[in-house]
Design a protein around this ligand. Structure first.
Ligand code: SF4
Length: 318
């Protein structure tokens, strides 16, 4: 979800990478005191909310097509393996979030799109309960994006807060999952997570993201995925075709060239310079998924998002 335009901390430059100047390395995690934690979500991220908060940068789920990769470059890290393995933690996220929410206009926030808020680092740092508490206390609506069953730990408080959870399940083929989401739970585990969240009274959507052109977009693959999402009890499906924004493009393309060299040229035809798939292709895929959602009784598409006042834009500049 492309974060290279975001001010993580300050932009001062004494020649050393930001991560070296500002972070403390502790047991393999980079602890970095953030100055601003509510950040603008780029349009290309393909999520409904325009603003987001994330306790972690980088993500051990290591999804090849993750759109947040470029954010690591601002820290002096690379958008490939560093994004997967050098996880940046914001220990002061709750304190900063409370301060920013005091002047927030009430528009809905996304949680965990710069790095999954329930990735393994959360077992150690337990930042998400404080984030949820701050948002609930301020009465700000929010959606948590995750692939991890650790979110179930916080299901009671999420249900009480009226929060939505969006679980990403783009395909149910485990061979593809191992190749492109090597650190993430299996699709089966995520389908079970959807059922458990519904059981716990949490509104649960599924982001069918990212659909991978020529790898997970065959009619039978889409049908199997939507059918199982429906059986799991999700209220809605949000289809998103892979975006190859900077950072993501290089990492995904290097893998594609190695694993599926015969597809490289076809991807080049399919994607424009900004990394967006052709509108015809995207329309065809989302249309097929919408049709399948009708068959299985689910809503399809992005949710309605609670809007706020334009003054929130000031926060991006702080
Ligand atoms: S789980 Fe989400 S944030 Fe983490 S690598 Fe995958 S797409 Fe990126």
């Amino acid at each position: 979800m492309g974060w290279d335009a975001l001010p993580l901390v300050d932009a001062a430059d004494d020649g050393r990478p930001l991560i070296e100047r500002r972070a403390v390395l502790r047991d393999g995690f980079y602890e970095l005191q953030a100055r601003t934690v509510i950040e603008r979500v780029p349009q290309a991220a393909g999520i409904a909310q325009r603003w987001a908060v994330a306790p972690y940068r980088g993500c051990a789920h290591a999804c090849r097509g993750c759109g947040a990769r470029a954010g690591h470059r601002r820290l002096g890290l690379d958008a490939g393996r560093d994004f997967d393995s050098r996880i940046v933690v914001r220990p002061n996220v709750v304190e900063r979030l409370r301060a920013e929410l005091a002047r927030w206009d009430g528009q809905e926030l996304a949680v965990g799109v710069g790095g999954d808020g329930y990735q393994p680092a959360e077992e150690r740092y337990r930042l998400m309960p404080g984030v949820i508490g701050a948002l609930a206390g301020a009465g700000v609506p929010f959606t948590v994006y995750t692939k991890s069953a650790l979110v179930l730990r916080d299901a009671p408080v999420l249900a009480r807060a009226g929060a939505r959870v969006a679980v990403s399940i783009a395909f149910v083929d485990e061979r593809i999952r191992r190749a492109v989401e090597p650190g993430a739970p299996s699709a089966q585990a995520r389908l079970e997570l959807v059922s458990a969240l519904v059981e716990a009274g949490v509104e649960c959507r599924v982001r069918m993201a990212p659909v991978l052109p020529l790898l997970s977009d065959a009619a039978d693959q889409l049908a199997a995925t939507v059918r199982r999402i429906g059986q799991a009890g999700a209220v809605a499906v949000e289809p998103v075709v892979l975006r190859l924004v900077p950072g993501t493009r290089e990492w995904y393309s290097a893998w594609l060239a190695q694993a599926h060299p015969h597809l490289v040229e076809r991807y080049e035809e399919l994607y424009d310079r900004a990394g967006l798939p052709s509108p015809d292709y995207e329309g065809r895929i989302t249309g097929q998924i919408a049709q399948l959602c009708r068959v299985y009784g689910m809503r399809c598409g992005a949710p309605e998002v609670v809007a706020g006042e334009p003054r929130a834009a000031q926060l991006a500049l702080v």
